[in-house]
Design a protein around this ligand. Structure first.
Ligand SMILES: NC(=O)C1=CN([C@@H]2O[C@H](COP(=O)(O)OP(=O)(O)OC[C@H]3O[C@@H](n4cnc5c(N)ncnc54)[C@H](OP(=O)(O)O)[C@@H]3O)[C@@H](O)[C@H]2O)C=CC1
Ligand SMILES: O=C(O)[C@@H]1CCC=N1
Length: 261
């Protein structure tokens, strides 16, 4: 089965290309396209580059579309009979239908880079059971996935797992600002924040449902972390997260369904 990736040198497309190659897809089974032109070396392999979207669609059985949403219309992909997996935020199934393929929308995140994406996906009518297996197999090259039953759920998925490292990065920046303001040497500040953000997150891995229990354990000390958490709550930490996710969800929804002029 030949897999085409449109946007193969972008953040997600490149991660998928590397993941597929690392997990055993033969270089000859990849057909790639980008805007800036073929690369002699693609993650250490020689792969096939298509001249344009039409040439890629002619060769690939499955086409992954990983260009930015604004670049989709000009691509004018015509791929009847192909399974088309779109990574694009805010381009819904009706916006993808013009390509004529069997449509799946998946929402990976930047952790695809380290094969740790969670990529929920939605299949439009016409997608077969065999297609579903293909989607699961392709997405397994960059992490895990689940099929969603309603396309609308993808808007929240775009805001939530789709945000990847964004909110941890925001937390790290905020903590670094405090550490620097206290005059900590930079290497110490970096290690301290890494302990709080990355080390802390590792402890939650596989048991995020027990976050409340962990918080309760900290509160029970009635010590320094309890004081800090109470201040964060009073300053609106939970509201800030809720508003951020709602704003991103609304944006995804608005991109897919722009208001009528
Ligand atoms: N990045 C993220 O964290 C997430 C992104 N997404 C979605 O994934 C999609 C890709 O995002 P991302 O990887 O970040 O984007 P990038 O900007 O990193 O990559 C875009 C890719 O598209 C290629 N491209 C642009 N126009 C064309 C064209 N006309 N023909 C062929 N190739 C083209 C670019 O080529 P070149 O390299 O030559 O410029 C590049 O390889 C987006 O739609 C985004 O909404 C979804 C979830 C998370
Ligand atoms: O910020 C964005 O628009 C892209 C899509 C989802 C996550 N990142």
């Amino acid at each position: 089965m030949k897999i085409g990736i449109i946007g193969a040198t972008g953040w997600l497309g490149s991660a998928l290309g590397r993941g597929l190659l690392d997990k055993g897809t033969a270089p000859g089974d990849l057909v790639l396209l980008n805007r800036s032109g073929p690369r002699a070396d693609y993650h250490g392999r020689r792969v096939t580059w298509a001249a344009d979207a039409a040439a890629l669609a002619a060769q690939a059985d499955v086409i992954v579309v990983s260009v930015r949403p604004g670049d989709w219309p000009a691509l004018a992909l015509h791929s009847p009979g192909r399974l088309v997996i779109s990574f694009m935020a805010g381009v819904d199934c009706s916006g993808l239908a013009a390509c004529g393929g069997r449509i799946v929308r998946a929402m990976p995140n930047a952790a695809a880079e380290i094969a740790a994406s969670y990529s929920p996906w939605f299949a439009a009518p016409g997608v077969t059971d065999h297609d579903r297996q293909t989607v699961t197999r392709i997405l397994s090259a960059i992490g895990t996935s689940d099929e969603l039953t309603q396309e609308g759920q993808l808007d929240l998925m775009t805001a939530l797992p789709g945000s990847g490292a964004a909110y941890p990065a925001l937390m790290a920046e905020a903590m670094l600002a405090v550490a620097r303001a206290h005059g900590l040497p930079e290497p110490v500040a970096l290690r301290a924040v890494e302990a709080a953000v990355c080390g802390g997150a590792r402890m939650l891995e596989g048991q995020v449902g027990r976050a409340g229990e962990l918080l309760a354990a900290y509160h029970d000390y009635r010590g320094t972390t309890d004081a800090g958490l109470n201040a964060a709550e009073a300053a609106g930490f939970r509201d800030a997260i809720r508003l951020a996710l709602e704003a991103a969800t609304d944006k995804a929804r608005a991109m897919a369904r722009p208001p009528l002029a």
